[in-house]
Design a protein around this ligand. Structure first.
Ligand code: CMP
Length: 139
């Protein structure tokens, strides 16, 4: 079964550059409904837990330090086939390779500081959503 939610984070550099508003507008424009959202900051330990699947990767240290370096916006988005639809909508991981008009092409800085995160599977969308939000925080 194809899921209907995905988890996104607006990453620290995009927050610092003032892109929360434009990115949320773009998310709405793409037909994604925000069902949960918070402005928060991850500790290094929380970032390490969130990105645990990448712990063997060479960029794990850099990634988790960056993701805990400043505030972020986390949100659960709802749409049919949300994971795949959002991945297409945000563009390739590297903003330099992301299709024109995608969120990462518009607001990303580089491979690590690529404006937004998007879940890569329905299973991870659920795990990541529960990482940030309880049932009481979803509407
Ligand atoms: P994200 O969608 O948050 O999921 C994992 C993140 O790891 C990814 O976006 C990138 O920002 C980051 N990432 C992937 N490859 C590299 C890399 N080679 N160097 C630094 N960060 C990377």
């Amino acid at each position: 079964m194809v899921g209907n939610i995905t988890l996104t984070m607006i990453k620290p550099t995009a927050v610092k550059k003032g892109f929360i508003g434009p990115i949320l507008a773009k998310i709405a424009e793409g037909g994604f409904k925000i069902v949960a959202m918070k402005f928060t900051r991850l500790s290094l330990e929380q970032a390490q837990k969130f990105y645990e699947v990448h712990k063997e990767r060479p960029f794990y240290g850099e990634l988790t330090e960056f993701m805990s370096s400043g505030p972020i916006v986390a949100a659960v988005l709802e749409k049919d086939n949300a994971v795949q639809a959002y991945r297409e909508y945000i563009g390739a991981t590297d903003p330099a390779k992301a299709a024109e008009g995608t969120i990462r092409a518009l607001y990303g800085t580089n491979l690590g500081e690529n404006a937004v995160h998007g879940s890569d599977s329905d299973e991870n969308a659920h795990i990541e959503s529960y990482f940030f939000f309880s049932e009481l925080e979803r509407f």
